[in-house]
Design a protein around this ligand. Sequence first.
Ligand SMILES: *[C@@H]1O[C@H](CO)[C@@H](O)[C@H](O)[C@H]1NC(C)=O
Ligand SMILES: *[C@@H]1O[C@H](CO)[C@@H](O)[C@H](O)[C@H]1NC(C)=O
Ligand SMILES: *[C@@H]1O[C@H](CO)[C@@H](O)[C@H](O)[C@H]1NC(C)=O
Length: 380
Amino acid sequence: MVMKMIRSVKALFSSKYSKQCVWRIKFKSVLLLIAVVTFLYISEMINHFYEVDFKKFQYPLEGNIEKYVMQLRDNKIPSKQPINVYKYEYITDCLQKCQDKTPLRLVIVIKSAIPNFERRYVIRRTWGYEKRFSDVGIRTVFLLGNGNDTKLQAKIEREYLLYRDIVQANFTDTYYNNTIKTMVGFKWAVSKCPYSKFYLFSDDDMYISTKNLLRYVRHPTKYPEYLTDVENTINNGRLKRMKRQLVDFDLPDGIRFYSGYVKQTSPFRNRFSKFHMPLEEYKYDSYPLYATAGAYILSKDALIDMHYASLYTKHFRFDDVYLGILAHKIGILPYHSNYFHLFKVKYSPQNYEYIIASHGYHDPEELLQVWNKQRELGSA
Ligand SMILES: *[C@@H]1O[C@H](CO)[C@@H](O)[C@H](O)[C@H]1NC(C)=O
Ligand SMILES: *[C@@H]1O[C@H](CO)[C@@H](O)[C@H](O)[C@H]1NC(C)=O
Ligand SMILES: *[C@@H]1O[C@H](CO)[C@@H](O)[C@H](O)[C@H]1NC(C)=O
């Protein structure tokens, strides 16, 4: 369309056309111009011109909120009242999950939806399996909101009695309430299960290799090379290849680690997009760096600080961007890993050797097959 416009404008200034023809072309290009501008207006894409440079980023509550986060962490009364509290009541709270206060390695918090019974069933038997490793403490819960189907709700209650792994709260379970779901998960983890070193947040349509995830957090900057590093040593004049020791590294306590597939994107101003973002809601030309929502991992300190930061940060509809805003406001830089995949990675044993997360497992049957295969091969 743009090319056509340029061509007709060029044609306007070219002399080889007759007068009548020039008029016709002029009329056509004016029409085209009107159409383009109208489209920009109707779709609100024109708003790109009114965006503010991200360098000027401020997001309510403006100013330094780290002070209040520290006060809350230290169990002090914060010098300023929170501006954003997710006040939802638990319908089921899984209080017994972490009641024994055993120090854990990993808590897996899965955003699910009410009708996804089969996905939960398979996840409990694959990457959510708490007893996967005899020497690694893992706990798994599913997050749900409130539906409006009493039959389904009765089924959820039976599921809860059977597995005791559903955290359900009284917000309406819809796509645009994703941030509420996520922050209910943060709040639950901080208040009901704070004895773990790491927290994985994930969707219920993911393939996750719990084994690779645990390897990753041992040495994020060297994953997966540290697993395969070989040393060449000369021994009695002969070249010998040795595997390096794997066990001498772990993220130190107190580190605020927030990692996944990290992106920086710009708001969609097109009104017809699912991700449409009006200027009134967010005026900058870019979002802060964030880990995309499918799967990301946090150390305990990142979890706690981001939870408290949310109390001083205005609600935002997209949960992953919201977490990016929280991290930005308290100076946590998300750490990117190529082994978290936003899209489905075509299955082959080699492709999945080091994968931590792959999106696109809507079919629980397929997840079960792929996961079992990779488990046999020692990489799930
Ligand atoms: C959730 O429960 C709380 C406490 O009972 C109540 O104040 C709130 O209005 C409820 N919210 C919804 C959306 O039902
Ligand atoms: C509630 O019911 C309506 C009508 O059946 C449906 O369109 C809507 O998606 C339901 N909402 C939830 C949260 O299940
Ligand atoms: C989100 O949940 C709240 C509380 O239940 C509800 O009032 C609101 O309509 C929901 N929003 C959307 C977009 O579904």
